[in-house]
Design a protein around this ligand. Structure first.
Ligand code: ZN
Ligand code: ZN
Length: 411
């Protein structure tokens, strides 16, 4: 005979089985975000206002409201073109209290980190590329198509520099991405919002210090960088008296010093030392020195530059935060710089206001889902459906009756 405890257990087990059945069958489940203050957030999530700078110790994505005059900067990728599981390649996300979002670089692997943020992809439609190395632009196509499926119903806008000739500039690069992925994009036509499948290049002159974006109180300035060949730039974003500077790859240069001087959060590469690069890449000293000091900026150079820039927060990236390396990076920087410093890791997050800077890590759910597509995405116009893309003999090769029939009417 069952006692009451066993009965209760049985009831609970039955309830769980029923619940699991509902979840697994997908009945009644449509992944849709909630709208909170005009923002799409994952279903059931209610972002909280942060008072008196009392931030939780870690940042759980989409749980905090940004203040009206607050900026949130998230390092998505801080590593290298040769991959390491600890650090994917360069990308920083900047979110503003006015609802705007900007991506600076989209290096290989960075879209994986973005997915962990359970972001509203409809807002992630502007990328500013510092230069066309894969570790700074390798995931543009991944964001273009992945973001489209996950909620972007408008074109992806890619801002980037010209090169020494047209074929080395951002416009031709994007034209080739569009052409290279024609098979992909045309196969999705009709089922996804038409405009979300567009990618638009905004190429500007790499050699000028110039405003390349100005909207909604946000100004983004591009200025030249020194990195192997013509066509590398860095950026400065200004909004509500707050400033964020994103250094693409470069040796320390006069344009950076001028634009970054006294800015709030200043991100610049701090590359490996020549000795580390000899170990990592197996290069002889001469070549290692050339890479780490003539193409890049090693820790001591980063420190010296930041001593001149004097930011409210200096942020170093572009190395692997491996335990066996990072203390040398840190002590290299500290030889020449004693000011506020963050060694950015993937998913380091910085909250910035006029009064306060908070540096934390993002805690992500490694099994997080996309937050789901919105009503706007559902109703955005579709183009002509992709039909007639398959030969009859291929279609006819299906083994009929193997895949299950529909359980619900399809109209
Ligand atoms: Zn790089
Ligand atoms: Zn580079």
């Amino acid at each position: 005979m069952l006692n009451w405890e066993d009965s209760l257990k049985n009831i609970l087990i039955v309830a769980l089985v029923v619940l699991a059945g509902v979840v697994l069958s997908g009945e009644g489940i449509l992944a849709k975000p909630d709208q909170v203050d005009g923002f799409n957030v994952p279903e059931g999530r209610i972002p909280q206002e942060i008072k008196d700078h009392r931030y939780p110790r870690t940042y759980f994505p989409t749980t905090e409201k940004l203040g009206e005059k607050e900026m949130r900067i998230i390092a998505l990728g801080t590593g290298m073109p040769n991959q390491s599981p600890s650090n994917v390649a360069a990308s920083f996300l900047v979110e503003l209290g006015n609802g705007d979002s900007f991506l600076f670089d989209m290096g290989t692997g960075s879209t994986d980190r973005l997915a962990g943020l359970e972001a509203d992809y409809s807002r992630l439609d502007k990328v500013f590329i510092s230069h066309l190395h894969t570790d700074h632009a390798g995931d543009v196509a991944a964001l273009w198509v992945g973001g489209w499926i996950q909620g972007r119903y408008n074109p992806l806008h890619v801002y980037g520099p010209s090169g020494s000739s047209p074929e080395l500039g951002t416009k031709v690069h994007i034209d080739h991405i569009r052409a290279a992925w024609a098979w992909d994009v045309t196969s999705r036509a009709g089922s996804l919002p038409h405009n979300g499948g567009e990618i638009v290049a905004h190429e500007f002159d790499f050699s000028q210090t110039a405003v390349v974006y100005q909207e909604n109180g946000v100004r983004i300035t591009s200025f030249p960088a020194i990195h192997i060949r013509d066509g590398s730039v860095s950026y400065r974003l200004d909004w509500e008296g707050l400033s964020f500077v994103f250094g693409g790859d470069s040796v320390p240069n006069k344009w950076f010093l001028k634009e970054a001087k006294g800015a709030d959060v200043v991100v610049h590469e701090a590359f490996f030392t020549p000795e580390q690069w000899m170990k990592i890449a197996g290069f002889p000293y001469k070549q290692a020195y050339w890479v780490t000091t003539q193409i890049h900026t090693p820790p001591e150079g980063f420190g010296k530059l930041m001593s001149m820039v004097e930011p409210r927060m200096a942020v170093a990236y572009h190395y692997w935060n491996h335990r066996d390396i990072e203390m040398e990076i840190y002590s290299g920087i500290r030889k020449t710089y004693g000011g506020p410093l963050t060694l950015a890791d993937d998913l380091t997050v910085i909250n910035l206001t006029k009064e306060h800077i908070e540096v934390r890590e993002v805690t992500i759910n490694h099994e997080s889902w996309p937050q789901g597509t919105s009503k706007e995405w559902d109703t955005a116009p579709r183009g002509e459906p992709a039909t007639g893309l398959m030969s009859d003999w291929i279609r006819d090769g299906e083994i009929k009756g193997v895949n299950p029939p529909p359980k619900q009417p399809l109209d």
